[in-house]
Write a protein that binds this ligand. Structure first.
Ligand SMILES: [Zn+2]
Ligand SMILES: [Zn+2]
Length: 221
């Protein structure tokens, strides 16, 4: 294999030791950095103004993430411009604003780009990552599992079976933890102590099915 292991490879590899879908985690980590950089030095760039004017702000999910940064000045400047545009030309606010935001949200676009990059790294070093995936024991979320599976199908990869097998095993592993959690509420079983992973398996189940919510605090002090 000719591909080289760059910093992104190591960053991605690191999240395989955490609890959660590694694609969700690496996207989360990178999106937090994206907002940090945007608020620190990107607010006054003409590129940012152009993007925000096209998208009319961030989508609903990323607006929530943005608000968590609590950067009053940066956020005020970003959104003042949008309101100013609207004030000058009311027609520039489209009726289907939610659609426009979902389509052009700069953070959504960033996420798409990140997913392409990291799925490329996953595929270039698939043996490394399948081993990590197996050892980690945590499934990919459904969206990202399908995303990577589609890529492997297009490439007619010989690793499809391995990927599906590990995903299946990891889902069973999660189901087992859920079962123990549910049983712990039954007084017949209440003497057994739950592990930390079992205690939070109900959150993992939601995030595996619907994708992880971005939490600022995970990768930031
Ligand atoms: Zn995911
Ligand atoms: Zn978005």
């Amino acid at each position: 294999m000719s591909a080289e292991r760059h910093l992104s490879y190591y960053n991605f590899r690191d999240v395989f030791s955490l609890n959660g879908c590694p694609f969700c985690l690496i996207v989360e980590k990178s999106i937090i950095k994206y907002f940090d950089d945007l608020l620190y030095e990107g607010v006054n760039l003409s590129e940012t103004a152009k993007e925000m004017s096209r998208s009319k702000g961030f989508c609903r999910i990323h607006s929530k993430v943005l608000l968590n940064f609590n950067d009053a000045l940066g956020i005020a400047i970003l959104y003042q411009r949008i309101l100013q545009e609207l004030d000058e030309d009311p027609k520039c606010m489209p009726k289907n604003i939610r659609e426009i935001q979902n389509k052009y949200c700069p953070a959504c676009m960033k996420e798409k780009e990140l997913l392409e990059r990291y799925s490329g790294i996953f595929i270039d070093f698939i043996d490394d990552f399948l081993r990590k995936f197996k050892n980690n024991g945590f499934p990919f979320c459904f969206e990202h599992f399908n995303f990577i599976l589609d890529k492997l199908v297009t490439l007619k990869s010989s690793k499809i079976k391995d990927l599906k097998e590990i995903q299946g095993k990891n889902i069973k592993n999660l189901m087992h933890k859920l079962e123990n959690l549910i049983n712990s509420y039954n007084y017949h079983h209440s003497d057994r102590k739950l592990s930390e992973e079992e205690k939070k398996s109900w959150i993992d189940a939601v995030e595996i099915i619907s994708g992880k919510n971005i939490e600022k605090k995970r990768f930031r002090k």
